[in-house]
Write a protein that binds this ligand. Structure first.
Ligand code: NAD
Length: 412
């Protein structure tokens, strides 16, 4: 029986999905360090983690039986993806399970900043009755500028329009404009028209320091600024200067260039103590609903890889969406060099195997060919496939004996 180790309080929904698929599941509340992880994983084929457990090259080299890692989070920085690929370990994450949570926080903050709620709230807590309309606006009729129109940016666009806002967006990729949102060709154009600018770009290296002092200077006087994407995208010193000068009337920041490691740690930032600046500890996606949704999403990906060899949305392996057919199936992960498919099919032909279906996908250095053949193990092709110097991992499901995929050997 396959065994899964789920660390860091992964949502119970994930445990249920894996158990229903016949996988034995063990859960632990904390993270494990490298040595503990290597020792513990010897008996497991599937690992589930959140953001604290580091799956290093050393871990992946030391646990040859590991088949798949599910990160019950958006990011995958905690895993050495190159090492996972070269050892044939599939990695799955949850790229959009907390999108709605981030969007709702952004909506709340746009309204809160536009009404100067943080200032009113603080004054009243300090015992001052500051009843005034000064600086407070409705969001209806104002313009929201969204930088990065991906999962989060585009959903925010829809909700903002429902509030009566006009939406403009800037994205480096071609994107379908939803509703009445208007695409602008340059970032400068967006900055000049938006009353609220919000950043939702991804964490690619080129986005480090992308939002600089010049850009704050180009924003409309009295406008507001939000960053719920990545901390390293924004020059926070410049943001501070533009708040202090009054050029910007407020900001909401959820992500920071350096963030404390754990709950309760001290937090330092040039943005602390500023008027009408809402600071939140990277909780944009942190809701109970999002945790459950992530639990469902990642567990289903792991289950499907185990039952059908499907790699849909794997972050490191070639993606193939596969259905359960009831026929024997051979899933071969291999180095992506010319001639592998022909060599594989020659092995099948030599063993008199009749191929019922075959799919191939490649991604960088890896190729993934999945072949459906009845009566597959009896034909003895597996030894030849394992002996090919291009083989990374081979998994075989026998239609008659095993409905599921065992881990299969990884080539050394
Ligand atoms: N605060 C949180 O808790 C939280 C939670 C989830 C996601 N996030 C972050 O939110 C961001 C957006 O997430 P997503 O799921 O929408 O990502 P996504 O990949 O779906 O969308 C990102 C978009 O940004 C665009 N883009 C990239 N660089 C750009 C640039 N320099 N200028 C303009 N457009 C650019 C891309 O083309 C893409 O359309 C990510 O950085 C993610 O890490 C934060």
């Amino acid at each position: 029986m396959l065994r899964a180790l789920l660390l860091e309080n992964v949502h119970p929904a994930a445990v249920e999905i894996l158990r229903d698929a016949g996988i034995e599941v063990e859960t632990r509340s904390g993270a494990l360090d490298e040595a503990e992880l290597i020792e513990t994983l010897a008996d497991f084929q599937i690992l589930g983690i959140r953001s604290k457990t580091q799956v290093t090259r050393h871990v992946l080299e030391s646990v040859p039986g590991l088949l798949a890692v599910g990160t019950f989070s958006i990011g995958t920085n905690q895993i050495d993806l190159d090492a996972a690929s070269s050892h044939g370990v599939a990695v799955f994450n949850a790229p959009f399970s907390n999108t709605r949570s981030v969007v709702e926080l952004a909506v709340a903050e746009i309204i809160a900043l536009t009404r100067r709620l943080a200032v009113r709230d603080k004054a009243l807590h300090d015992g001052v009755w500051d009843k005034t309309a000064e600086g407070s606006h409705e969001v209806r009729g104002r313009t929201l500028g969204i930088i990065g129109y991906g999962n989060i940016g585009s959903q925010l666009s829809v909700l903002a329009e429902n509030l009566g806002m006009n939406v403009v967006f800037y994205d480096t990729a071609e994107k379908l404009a939803l509703g009445n949102a208007r695409r602008v060709e340059t970032l400068g154009e967006l900055l000049e028209v938006a009353d609220a600018v919000t950043i939702h770009v991804d964490g690619r290296a080129g986005n480090a320091g992308m939002f600089t002092g010049d850009m704050f200077a180009r924003m409309k006087p009295g406008s507001i600024f939000l960053n719920l994407s990545r901390g390293f995208v924004v020059d926070v010193e410049s943001l501070r200067e533009h708040i202090l000068s009054g050029h910007l009337s407020g900001a909401a920041v959820d992500v920071f260039p350096t963030e404390p490691k754990k709950r309760g740690d001290h937090f330092e930032s040039p943005l602390r103590g500023l008027d009408n600046v809402i600071l939140t500890p990277h909780v944009g996606g942190s809701t109970l609903e999002a945790q459950e949704s992530i639990g469902h999403f990642v567990a289903k990906k792991l289950r499907d890889y185990f039952l059908t060899a499907s790699t849909t949305l794997s972050v490191n392996l070639p993606n193939l969406q596969l259905e359960h057919t009831g026929v024997g199936r051979i899933a071969l992960l291999h180095r992506n060099v010319p001639g592998v498919l022909a060599a594989v099919n020659q092995v099948f032909a030599d063993h008199g195997a009749n191929i019922e279906a075959q799919m191939l996908a490649t991604r960088g250095d890896l190729g993934y060919v999945v072949t459906d053949i009845s009566d597959v193990t009896q034909r003895g092709a597996s030894k030849k496939l394992m002996a090919m110097d291009t083989t990374v991992r081979l998994r075989i499901r026998d239609a008659f004996e095993r409905p599921e995929f065992p881990p299969g050997p990884a080539a050394g």
